[in-house]
Ligand binder design. Structure first.
Ligand SMILES: Cc1cc2nc3c(=O)[nH]c(=O)nc-3n(C[C@H](O)[C@H](O)[C@H](O)COP(=O)(O)O)c2cc1C
Length: 158
């Protein structure tokens, strides 16, 4: 069965966007339709139709979501929609130099989505910018097993 995946990108300097582009190139084929959207200008309505999402976001400030993700994040908190028809994964970009807030942008999205009833598939990918690996490389390794879990879930649901 064909799958639709929406990748939502929260980014300040473009690394998360690069990750999303690589993942779209990898996953978008006849069986899977991938749409990548920057979070700019989005609010909680982006989840209204349910489905499968990948939140790909970095962390800024003191463990905050990036500026372009703030409206979406705050809209989820303010409007608290029922997201029980949403499945999602998280790719969280950060830097372990920020010990206390490592990858908090991704963690924040994970926490609010779960609180609103969305179901996470698989573990979060935490990428450490000071760890010597490129985020797009880490993400392309991570996404194979993640997508396998997605396929297993959708086969069960069919
Ligand atoms: C001013 C500034 C603040 C940051 N704050 C955090 C932070 O609190 N926690 C964290 O894990 N990473 C933090 N980072 C690291 C970024 O999240 C990381 O470099 C990421 O790969 C950037 O991705 P982007 O280009 O998609 O925004 C910070 C980076 C900068 C420049």
């Amino acid at each position: 069965m064909p799958l639709d995946l929406t990748i939502l990108v929260g980014t300040m300097t473009g690394k998360a966007q690069l990750v999303a582009q690589e993942l779209e190139l990898l996953l978008d084929d006849g069986d899977t339709c991938v749409r990548t959207q920057l979070m700019d200008g989005l609010d909680a309505d982006v989840f209204a139709r349910g489905g499968l999402f990948l939140v790909c976001t970095s962390t800024y400030g003191q463990g905050d979501v990036p500026d372009n993700a703030r409206a979406l994040y705050e809209s989820l908190i303010a409007t608290r929609p029922d997201l029980s028809n949403v499945h999602y994964g998280v790719v969280a970009l950060g830097d372990r130099t920020y010990q206390d807030t490592f990858c908090n942008g991704g963690r924040r999205f994970d926490a609010i989505l779960a609180e609103l009833g969305a179901k996470r598939i698989g573990e979060i990918l935490f990428h450490d910018a000071s760890g010597g690996t490129l985020p797009e490389e880490a993400a392309t390794e991570w996404v194979g097993p993640w997508f396998q879990l997605v396929r297993e879930r959708s086969a069960l649901a069919a």
